[in-house]
Ligand binder design. Structure first.
Ligand SMILES: [Zn+2]
Length: 317
């Protein structure tokens, strides 16, 4: 499963295998690379099943190594592993907070707290490569996606396929997917025709950030370098949001809060700069969130299934 421009499930590929193993995962991922996408920096978020771990450790599989593929771990599975070992709710919440932190400073502070709560758990996490579980070290491949929750939602759609003979299972999946694509294709065309540029997911985040931006104070440091300082006032209503200072550089497309880079949607600091100096902040939303990208994802039309009589003989293939 992948996600579409509106951050909803985008079904990519299905396979029927005897069991999850190094061999079957290797075969499936090789098929993805061969038939679905050969793009570089493909980000794979997994539940760390031993079969997946083994195949990603195999350095002979070039297509599963950086820069071709970036392997990341699902945070929900990681937290659940920590909880099974140490059964400590505070610890679990701290792991979640550290992994979701967008700034290294916040990650380090939370990681220190984890050490205070449980030294063994701290060591356990230290042994896991940080870029694989902590967002701030992700190198921008996750687009903010921390779990595999979205893929598990699709299991419900295919519930009727379980325990069926294999042909029925494949056909059921095929027609369910066709309906899924047809529905979303029509909806994306409606959105295109109504002149919408951005999908709801990104626009909602953008609008929330825009509201926050109204309270920021902007100082220009250099018009040539498009460098700005943004100060956020102390808000007594929210305990966790104190006054902060961030640096925005529109030329380099960076903000020290890191959210712009990680989510590819302008943060409140960037929007504040744009409002103050009359730039169009929406231009900085990544094209991957556009209605046009949504439409293009669902544009391919499923072909008519070949008549049963023209199916290849499995004994001969
Ligand atoms: Zn920012």
């Amino acid at each position: 499963m992948a996600t579409d421009a509106n951050n909803k499930i985008y079904p990519l590929a299905f396979a029927v295998v005897e069991s999850e193993s190094t061999e079957t995962w290797g075969w499936f991922l090789a098929c993805i690379r061969r038939y679905v996408t050969d793009q570089r920096h493909l980000c794979v978020i997994s539940d760390r099943h031993p079969g997946i771990q083994a195949i990603f450790r195999d350095t002979n599989q070039d297509y599963l190594q950086p820069p071709m593929t970036e392997h990341r771990y699902c945070l929900r599975h990681l937290c659940s592993n920590v909880n099974i070992r140490w059964n400590n709710e505070t610890l679990k919440n701290l792991v979640w907070r550290a992994a979701s932190a967008t700034q290294e400073r916040k990650f380090n502070a939370t990681f220190d707290l984890i050490e205070n709560v449980n030294r063994d758990a701290h060591q356990y996490l230290k042994d896991v490569l940080k870029e694989k579980w902590a967002l701030t070290f992700d190198k921008d491949y996750r687009y903010g996606a921390m779990t595999t929750n979205i893929s598990e939602c699709f299991n419900g759609v295919l519930k009727g396929a379980r325990s069926q003979p294999i042909t029925v299972m494949v056909k059921y999946t095929w027609f369910k997917l066709n309906a899924y694509f047809d529905d979303r294709r029509n909806k994306s065309i409606e959105q295109l025709n109504s002149g919408k540029k951005w999908c709801k997911y990104a626009l909602d985040i953008f609008m929330r950030n825009k509201v926050k931006a109204e309270h920021h104070r902007v100082t220009r440091l250099s018009a040539q370098q498009q460098s700005y300082q943004v100060d956020t006032p102390h808000n007594p209503g929210t305990a966790r949001h104190r006054d902060h200072t961030h640096g925005v550089n529109l030329l380099q497309r960076t903000c020290t809060c890191q959210k712009w880079k990680l989510y590819k949607i302008p943060c409140s600091h960037v929007i504040a700069v744009c409002i103050r100096y009359r730039h169009d902040a929406e231009q900085y939303i990544d094209q991957c969130y556009s209605v046009d990208a949504l439409f293009r994802s669902y544009a391919p039309v499923f072909p008519v299934l070949k008549d049963r009589l023209s199916w290849p003989d499995p004994e001969e293939t």
